[in-house]
Design a binder for this molecule. Structure first.
Ligand code: NAD
Length: 343
């Protein structure tokens, strides 16, 4: 049977469809995280959605290694040293329309007694990077990898001028892990591709791909020549040096603290309360996404109160206290993914 018309009342067929979807998603993920692109993001998301639907109907199909349960990146140990993140790096769950957004909003509101506000920000289409500062010094930078183990790219990250080697404060935490996105500005992307073609080299498929390709270089001198930027948007471990400088209570305050330390923070985030305000924010940047210097593929909505974040916690793949609203694809794809189901 093909995937669309498979007889799901039959347990063996269900298992086969599950295996076929899983295999295809893993293949696409492997290519994507090796910086090549086999299908559009919308087509990939559609496959993952189908797998989620199947698992929701037949929960016995869920395994720990299903793509719905894993972060799904790569660790290239032939080029980079593997490093273990202190706090795991997660992916994000998605919503694709306002009904799904409202359902998520109601779910997190009813699950918590404290009514936190929501921090809304642009979802930067770049590469997730984890920065580790000890006593205010940048000591390590790593890719997300599989979420637990990433690739050590410290030397490459040190060449990015946005990222301070020392935090500008007399009272840094003893240890802090800061997450952000490294990206290639849209305008410079066109110039880079033109120069690659002029050198007889293959151009990059898109700015995200070029950011990943530029950062994951064996030779940091190559990275240094690329105009990479970073914006930080997350925090994992925060070990305060003393009681008088504790971790702030809200994500938005963490951002202000980061800004005062010289870290690059987006100018576009807003703390909002109602789901109507969140929808307005999403609609505004849906209209203005090309006014931003980097590509965005959605809006991230996070619970602002860190104690409430901790109450909601994480699945094995993503925080329960955040979601990403994905904008519809801008280019209409004409060909649906062709998956051969061999039974
Ligand atoms: P994701 O990119 O949808 O979301 C998680 C990531 O968003 C985080 O790791 C984080 O680094 C990043 N992010 C950007 N801005 C952020 C912000 N403001 N706050 C918090 N996080 C922010 O998830 P993923 O697991 O990295 O990748 C899945 C997505 O990648 C898919 O939905 C698809 O779009 C794409 N993908 C495409 C293919 C393909 O073949 N085309 C294959 C695999 C993945």
């Amino acid at each position: 049977p093909d995937l669309q018309n498979a007889d799901l009342t039959d347990a063996a067929t269900r298992a086969q469809v599950h295996a076929q979807l899983t295999e295809k998603i893993e293949e696409l993920r492997a290519a994507y995280y090796q910086d090549s692109l086999l299908v559009s993001d919308a087509e990939y998301d559609e496959l993952v959605h189908r797998l989620e639907d199947l698992e929701a109907k037949f929960p016995e199909l869920v395994t720990d290694s299903s793509p719905t349960q894993t972060v799904g990146g790569v660790v290239d140990t032939s080029t980079f040293d593997p490093v273990e993140h202190i706090g795991p790096m997660y992916s994000l769950d998605n919503v694709f329309d306002y009904d799904e957004l409202r359902a998520w909003y109601e779910r997190v509101r009813s699950a918590t007694s404290v009514k936190s506000k929501f921090l809304c920000e642009l979802k930067i289409d770049g590469l997730a990077v984890n920065l580790l500062y000890r006593n205010g010094e940048l000591v390590r930078a790593a890719t997300r990898g599989d979420g637990r183990i990433g690739e050590d790219i410290t030397a490459n990250v040190r060449t990015i001028s946005d990222i301070p080697h020392h935090l500008d404060t007399e009272h840094p935490p003893a240890e802090v892990e800061i997450r952000g996105e490294v990206f290639f500005p849209v305008e410079e992307f066109a110039e880079l591709n033109a120069s690659l073609v002029a050198e007889g080299k293959a151009p990059f498929a898109n700015p995200r791909n070029s950011a990943a390709g530029s950062l994951r270089q064996k030779d940091p001198a190559v990275t240094a020549r690329r105009p990479l930027h970073m914006l930080v948007h997350g925090i994992a471990v925060w070990t305060a040096a003393d009681d008088s400088h504790p971790e702030p209570a809200h994500q938005s305050e963490v951002y202000e603290q980061f800004r005062s330390w010289g870290l690059p923070i987006s100018d576009y985030f807003k703390v909002l309360d109602t789901v109507d305000e969140i929808e307005d924010f999403i609609a505004y940047y849906g209209e203005h996404r090309h006014d931003v210097t980097h590509e965005i593929d959605g809006i991230v909505i996070k619970i602002d109160d860190i104690a409430v974040q901790e109450t909601l916690g994480y699945t094995s793949r993503a925080p329960r206290w955040a979601t990403a609203f994905k904008y519809p694809p801008e280019e209409v794809t004409t060909k649906l993914i062709d998956i051969q189901v061999q039974v």
